[in-house]
Design a protein around this ligand. Structure first.
Ligand code: GTP
Ligand code: MG
Length: 371
């Protein structure tokens, strides 16, 4: 269980230990300099000293949470499925390609199930497992990256063979490069009479995406999402790219991941799709997701089935949150429920302070504009 000494708390808050001791006395606690305080008591004292203290507490709590996570004995880092994002220009066939890939899913085929939108889905194909982050393209990708979240291992860049490189193709290339994520190109719509795959290759070469047959390192696949041509080849190419990346994760640790999307659901309360990136998530786990804490009530996969575990690269819908986190927020499991709650409330306080600070700044700016 996490504790902090009176002396450490005072030091972190930048105040005298004697002030902390007096504050404790007001709470009816007689404490010495080296006395260990539990998180709740420390939080109470911190509250007495206001904003800066809260910040010190957040950092303290997060450090402890991190140490708790780090000190845990894990297993071995084993290969994990790649997490893929599909990008490309409007109408070049992103959704069609995703649909075609989903049709190859062995499991969905067996269950004949209706897939539900949870923002990401996992496919078990004959050439290996894959996870797709089903974001509506670039906006979500940049939004998550701007918040420091890295969820995508590989970008599939869809370029229509009859249209070539367009504005959003260029944008997608820029985003992928900035995020240092390798690109696999799907030259789509090759069934069309006006298709010119060679032109696409030439145009992409100008952006440094040079096909292997021309001495480059970029994998190009010719596909027709409409006719189902080249889809298996595309999946195999993604797996090939994944092998080069040597993606690994330890499934035996406590889970850690990223919120892909979240909303307040009528009747079910706050729900979040979480991509597990390390460890395995289970019902009953205590966690912190952004500014909120919770205990996993149910885990649901993209087929609407409740599951008892979600390991690395698996997306699941989580119920049991105390509020709605943001896409890109980190999701961390902690053994201690109190710890999870304390971290969340300290973060909320900090967020509120920041909000207030920026609100007053804005109103000041507005004031100056008017003058
Ligand atoms: P946005 O989400 O609007 O950016 O489009 P998208 O990239 O998801 O494209 P979408 O999959 O919706 O496809 C756009 C149009 O192209 C649809 O009319 C598809 O039927 C058609 N299309 C997609 N793939 C192919 C293909 O391989 N061949 C042909 N002929 N048409 C295709
Ligand atoms: Mg689409």
């Amino acid at each position: 269980v996490s504790t902090i000494s009176v002396g450490d708390l005072a030091r972190r808050m930048g105040i005298k230990a004697s002030e902390v001791i007096s504050a404790l006395m007001r709470l009816g606690v007689l404490a010495t300099l080296n006395q260990a305080l539990d998180v709740d008591t420390a939080a109470l004292i911190a509250a007495d000293f206001g904003y800066e203290v809260e910040q010190a507490m957040t950092e303290e709590l997060e450090l402890e949470a991190l140490q708790e996570q780090e000190s845990e004995m894990g297993g071995e880092a084993l290969p994990r499925p790649p997490v893929v994002t599909v990008m490309g220009h409007v109408d070049h066939g992103k959704t069609s390609i995703l649909d075609a890939i989903r049709k190859t899913d062995v499991v969905a085929g067996e269950a004949g199930g209706i897939t539900q939108h949870i923002g990401a889905y996992h496919v078990q194909s004959p050439s290996g497992d894959l996870t797709f982050v089903d974001t509506p393209g670039h906006a979500a990708f940049t939004e998550m990256r701007s918040r420091g979240a890295k969820v995508t291992d590989i970008v599939v860049l869809v370029v229509a063979a009859d249209d070539g490189v367009m504005d959003q193709t260029k944008e997608a290339i820029a985003h992928s490069k900035a995020a240092d994520v390798p690109i696999v190109v799907a030259v789509n719509k090759i069934d069309k009479d006006s298709a010119d795959p060679e032109r696409v290759k030439r145009e992409l070469s100008d952006f440094g995406l040079i096909p292997e047959e021309w001495g480059g390192t970029t994998i190009f696949c010719e596909t027709s999402a409409k006719k189902g041509i080249g889809i298996e080849d595309l999946i195999e190419s993604i797996q090939l790219q994944a092998e080069i990346l040597e993606l690994r994760a330890d499934a035996l640790r406590r889970a850690k991941g990223t919120v892909i999307e979240a909303q307040l659901h009528k009747g079910r309360g706050p729900v979040a799709t979480v991509l597990v990136q390390e460890g395995t998530l289970h019902p009953g786990d205590n966690f912190v997701a952004g500014n909120y804490s919770g205990k996993v009530r149910t885990l649901t996969n993209e087929r609407g089935e409740q599951v008892q575990a979600a390991g690395p690269s698996i997306p699941v819908e989580v119920q049991g949150l105390s509020g709605v986190p943001q896409a890109g927020d980190e999701f961390v499991v902690l053994t201690d429920e109190k710890m999870a709650k304390s971290v969340a409330s300290a973060r909320q306080l900090k967020a509120r302070e920041t909000e207030l600070a920026s609100a007053s700044k804005v109103s000041l700016e507005n004031l100056f504009e008017k003058i």
